[in-house]
Design a protein around this ligand. Structure first.
Ligand SMILES: C[S@@+](CC[C@H](N)C(=O)[O-])C[C@H]1O[C@@H](n2cnc3c(N)ncnc32)[C@H](O)[C@@H]1O
Length: 271
């Protein structure tokens, strides 16, 4: 996808050890992930509303995983692209999205395999805490965005992390996640530094029941934080969680923050 000149000027980005491990983890859990980690309805609705109010956009999801969002958004008139570094996750996305208008590409968030100014809207969901060089990822997002384009980063606030139901059963996840997830102000500062402007945010929070699929996603550690706590804590926490979930009345909070940032563009741009 690069022009010859761009390719000549770009140095390859090598995955560090932790990113290689992470990619291997996602390769392994891909089939289970697709089964037990559906899209968040609230996130989908926000992205959907945005795309419906901006006609005919070219859209990229970075870290598209098994295609939860990219596939659902084909119900709009946007042209959708999904990029991910895990071939396992992409294979599942391709299968699930068969016949839908999504172009799947294997690539690294820190070196996106697209030409400059290719997209009107770039978004990522539950990715930013996993990327080693966030600044580089945002520079890349800005590079592939068109004049006046929009980047939306969907992540969790520390306040959401502390309030998670799972933290009652697996206490270490709060520490691990507050270390991994950047603060909202950190993300905002980096976005501003790399050249984005008009940065705003909004939050969605709602309570949803603990379903059998959610229990299974915990059992399979599809949330990578569960792979980063002691095995004994995991086993004991899981037993207690399964016991409490049997009542069928457990509720968990699904919460995300949307960080909207604009690429430089015309004053009064419609995006
Ligand atoms: C938690 S999953 C989220 C998937 C999807 N956005 C969703 O919400 O269903 C994170 C995804 O990001 C991908 N990922 C993590 N780091 C990446 C990187 N540096 N470059 C490209 N993809 C990456 C993983 O392979 C995984 O598919």
């Amino acid at each position: 996808m690069y022009s010859r000149r761009q390719r000549a000027n770009r140095q390859p980005v090598f995955l560090d050890r932790l990113s290689c491990e992470l990619r291997r983890e996602f390769d392994e859990i891909a089939p289970v992930y697709a089964r037990v980690r559906p899209a968040s309805e609230a996130v989908l609705q926000t992205l959907h509303t945005f795309l419906l109010s901006h006609k005919g956009m070219t859209v990229l999801e970075i870290g598209c995983g098994t295609g939860n969002y990219a596939i659902a958004l084909t119900s709009t008139d946007a042209s959708i692209w999904g990029v991910d570094f895990s071939l396992g996750m992409l294979a599942v996305a391709r299968r699930r999205g068969k016949g839908r208008r999504v172009t799947w590409v294997c690539g690294h968030a820190e070196q996106l395999p697209f030409r400059d100014a290719s997209f009107d809207f770039v978004f990522n969901v539950d990715l930013v805490h996993l990327v080693a060089q966030r600044r580089t990822m945002f520079i890349e997002a800005l590079r592939v965005l068109r004049y006046g384009g929009v980047l939306c980063t969907v992540t969790k606030k520390h306040e959401h992390i502390r309030r998670r139901l799972l933290a009652r059963y697996f206490p270490s996840i709060t520490r691990v996640n507050t270390e991994r997830f950047p603060h909202l102000w950190e993300i905002t500062r980096v976005l501003r530094k790399v050249g984005f402007h008009r940065i705003t945010w909004s939050t969605v929070t709602h309570e949803i029941p603990v379903t059998p699929a959610y229990l299974e996603s915990v059992r399979w550690k599809t949330d990578s934080v569960l792979r980063r706590i002691p095995e004994r804590e995991f086993r004991e926490g899981l037993a207690a969680f399964e016991r409490d979930a049997k009542s069928g009345t457990l509720l968990r909070q699904s919460a995300r923050v949307f960080i909207w940032a604009h690429a430089p563009g015309q004053c009064g741009s419609t995006l």
